[in-house]
Design a binder for this molecule. Structure first.
Ligand SMILES: [Zn+2]
Length: 102
């Protein structure tokens, strides 16, 4: 999957980098540098890779907007799956929303 060089979240351009194959994580969000790291390979599918990107974006949102959650990982895991499903199953809605947000 082709990823942009950075993703803007709030006022911050979060640099997106690919991690080396020996990395144990599929994705990480660095709360110091605001860098999003996505594994170069090892995903079982493109859908898993996409969900990982969504997952790290949600972590970034939580940190950048200083949202206090008691179980961040648990919440992020539910939201990455739910958002991936809503995105996938409502393609025309997303196009309409993007058009309206321009
Ligand atoms: Zn996580």
């Amino acid at each position: 999957m082709k990823l942009p060089a950075s993703i803007r979240i709030g006022p911050y351009p979060c640099k997106v980098v690919r991690s080396s194959p020996e990395s144990e994580d599929f994705g990480t969000f660095d709360t110091t540098t605001y860098e999003i790291e996505i594994a170069e390979s090892g995903f079982s599918s493109e859908a898993q890779e996409a969900a990982t990107v969504i997952h790290e974006i949600i972590h970034a949102i939580i940190h950048i907007y200083k949202i206090k959650v008691p179980d961040e990982e648990g919440l992020v895991e539910i939201l990455d799956t739910a958002l991936a499903q809503v995105l996938k199953d409502n393609k025309t809605l997303w196009r309409a929303l993007l058009k309206a947000l321009k």
